[in-house]
Design a binder for this molecule. Structure first.
Ligand code: ZN
Ligand code: CA
Length: 369
């Protein structure tokens, strides 16, 4: 592993704008890196259904060792504010100039994969077949992973480099998530002349919400109303309101109970005043659990031992490409890459974390069995 080269790759990647749906420049930049290394590269058609300007990038590296094929993955897109990122290094810590995110989420994962693979090839270390998967639109609903062209892949094991927490963190449990979209249709009336003739959608929604259990429901379950839209003018009783909410749980039964509870609160409030309710519930992704004795974890543990990284399995409240891959029959885990304060202008990562992640990439390639 070459630290200087790793850091310069990382800085180069974060300077390329790649907010969700605009990953094209980054995808072709990465493609050319791997083309030059002599690997087979493909871009799938995930852009069609996701609305991005490019598909997922898939890189195939043929092995010279008889072990099962493996996927190593990271996502190419970032959240906002993610344009014109100006990374700075201060005493071993890389951060932005404070006006944007850094984009270590997930370019630290990408840079470490590039360096780890480079180093394996350079040092003529034997390895099995490796499939690199760089997805689009992870941050806006895991769309790249959802629309990934599985006909291009043969691996049944995947290592996804995309978690906060120190390198060594292994996410073995992730929640299922559902989205609730509700529309409350009341009746408009003049707020000064005849307000009693109206059916106020805002008041109805607020009654529903005030009866809802939200935030942390229990150790495994969370719920949140994220968006409310409605109203035209103060002199009109509001007749139409849209509400978007989510619930997550590590336990699918608890998730169902929570979603039903939220719907019931909305139904009761609407029925009380004769407002019309339409509800759409969307399954975002399923939960996943990796048993502590699953063979994938012994590969990870061995790779971490090799790189002198402390192995620490954990569960998460977040969703990632891993949820989708597990749902598609690929055993996947997410690995910590040491990024901190992701999704904020305070985001940072240490050079140590980049080094450890690249070492972990090398270790996993060598320990794959
Ligand atoms: Zn991420
Ligand atoms: Ca993220």
């Amino acid at each position: 592993m070459n630290t200087e080269r790793l850091v310069s790759t990382f800085l180069e990647l974060v300077k390329i704008n790649s907010v969700s749906k605009d990953e094209k420049t980054l995808a072709f930049h990465l493609k050319s890196i791997f083309d030059k290394m002599g690997f087979e590269t493909h871009i799938d058609n995930a852009h069609i259904k996701s609305g991005s300007n490019v598909g997922n990038l898939i890189v195939k590296i043929s092995g010279n060792k008889k072990v099962p094929p493996m996927i190593m993955g990271a996502h190419m897109d970032t959240v906002n504010p993610g344009q014109n990122i100006k990374p700075q290094i201060i005493e071993g810590i890389i951060k932005s100039d404070g006006t944007t995110i850094l984009g270590a989420d997930d370019k630290a994962g990408i840079a470490s994969i590039v360096e780890g693979v480079r180093s394996i090839i350079e040092n003529n270390i034997s390895h099995g077949d490796i499939e690199l998967v760089f997805t689009i639109c992870e941050e806006i609903g895991l769309l790249g992973a959802k629309y990934l062209d599985h006909s291009m892949l043969k691996s049944k094991t995947a290592f996804i480099f995309d978690s906060s927490g120190d390198v060594g963190t292994v996410i073995i449990k992730g929640p299922a998530q559902k989205l609730i979209n509700a529309t409350i249709k009341g009746k408009a009336s003049h707020a000064g002349l005849n307000p009693e003739k109206g059916i106020d959608a805002i008041v109805t929604a607020s009654k529903a919400i005030s009866n809802m259990k939200l935030a942390r429901i229990d150790k495994e379950t969370t719920a949140n109303i994220g968006i409310i839209r409605g109203g035209h003018s103060t002199n009109i009783v509001c007749d139409l309101l849209e509400l978007e909410a989510e619930a997550r749980s590590l336990d699918p039964e608890k998730l169902d109970i929570q979603v039903k509870h939220m719907i019931k609160c909305l139904e009761d409030a609407c029925n009380n005043v004769n407002a019309k309710l339409t509800i759409d519930v969307q399954d975002c992704y399923n939960e996943f659990t990796t048993a502590l004795d699953d063979p994938i974890l012994s590969i990870i543990e061995a790779a971490m031992k090799r790189a002198d990284i402390p192995y620490s399995p954990k569960s998460t409240g977040g969703g990632s490409d891993t949820n989708i891959l597990n749902g598609a029959g690929i055993k996947a885990v997410t690995l910590g890459i040491g990024m901190s304060n992701a999704h904020s202008t305070e985001e940072f990562i240490t050079i140590d974390s980049l080094e450890n992640t690249a070492l972990l990439v090398e270790g996993l390639i060598q320990e794959m069995k």
